[in-house]
Design a protein around this ligand. Structure first.
Ligand code: HXC
Length: 284
């Protein structure tokens, strides 16, 4: 049974606001990033999603393409964001087959729950490498295409179409410190910082950089990994000031806003989409 569009996207957006745009998404087969990609595809974009697992990535691409008749979604498996060459090759292929790279979502991440005492230097480094170096490699590989896209679609654009935009997917763990997540907290802090530098260096080229920080999003791999078995889902949701978990639609809508003509002047920002949960609960 296909999931209805209303699960992925609010009804406020116009159908064609991303017509002819191309999104390049690392970690695109994961729950959150595939929902972000699907929302863009609903609204007219084509996309290229990347992942390490070939079967999973190709299947996700096929599934996302069903969102809109005629949509092109390329699934590039076997791509490890820790390897700059594999990203460079993927970016070239995306530009060749889909014509451009207008939007980038740097979403590939690694996570496991571990106390400092159970974390080896290699365990720490692995998450830093996937999250931080992987994001750096993604930006380096796609920036030439983003600059071209920003040039073609000057902001604010005449036709309302945009290009040259990056969203980094982060977390709020480092705002207050989070036990069992020292490696991920350090990595996400670095991603926020990297975003800020890129926003300053490439803002003058028309390329915008912003972080989206999801809170606990229902039915995601991240939540499954992080939820304590001692707490029920209901107990966790009760700790969010808005009184519910986030949904993939909450994150997809934030993505559409930042990539749309409505987000033209937003650069160097962190958009936390968590119902204000971090203000109450981080580190608790
Ligand atoms: C302690 C661990 C561990 C664990 C792995 N390691 N799991 N240490 N506790 N549970 C250590 C290993 O022992 C090893 O160190 C080192 O990490 C590298 O492990 P590998 O398995 O060789 O690495 P690799 O195959 O590259 O896999 C990376 C991974 C894996 C991060 C460990 O889980 C992965 O591939 N994850 C990708 C998918 C993912 O994590 N998605 C979740 C994103 S969700 P030694 O010393 O033994 O060599 C997310 C949401 C957060 O980020 C926000 C929610 C609110």
């Amino acid at each position: 049974m296909p999931i209805p569009r209303s699960e992925y996207l609010s009804t406020v957006w116009k159908d064609d606001i991303f017509a002819g745009r191309v999104a390049f998404v690392t970690g695109g087969a994961g729950t959150i990033c595939s929902a972000q990609t699907r929302a863009l595809v609903y609204l007219g974009a084509n996309a290229c999603i990347l992942g390490r697992n070939v079967e999973k990535t190709e299947a996700a691409a096929k599934d996302i393409a069903t969102a809109r008749p005629g949509a092109k979604v390329l699934g590039i498996g076997g791509c490890d964001v820790r390897d700059p060459e594999s990203l460079k090759t993927a970016a070239e292929r995306c530009a060749k087959e889909l014509g451009a790279i207008d939007f980038v979502i740097a979403g590939a991440a690694g996570n496991f729950v571990a106390p400092m005492s159970g974390l080896s230097a290699n365990g720490f480094k692995t998450v830093m490498d996937i999250d931080v170096l992987g994001t750096f490699n993604t930006i380096k590989a796609t920036m030439p295409y983003l600059i071209e896209s920003a040039k073609r679609n000057k902001n604010p654009s005449d036709d309302g179409l945009t290009g040259g935009r990056i969203i980094y997917v982060s977390a709020s763990f480092h705002y207050t410190g989070t036990p069992l997540q020292s490696h991920v907290s350090a990595a996400k802090a670095a991603i926020d910082s990297l975003m800020a530098s890129v926003s300053l260096e490439y803002g003058p080229y028309g390329v915008t950089s912003n972080v989206i920080t999801p809170g606990g999003i229902a039915n995601t791999e991240g939540m499954a990994r992080l939820s304590s078995s001692k707490m029920t889902q209901k107990q966790i949701a009760a700790g969010v000031p808005i009184g519910r978990y986030g949904t993939i639609r909450d994150i997809a809508d934030a993505t559409v806003y930042l990539f749309s003509d409505a987000g033209n002047y937003v650069n160097g920002e962190v958009l936390v989409v968590d119902g204000a949960a971090w203000r109450l609960h981080n580190g608790a």
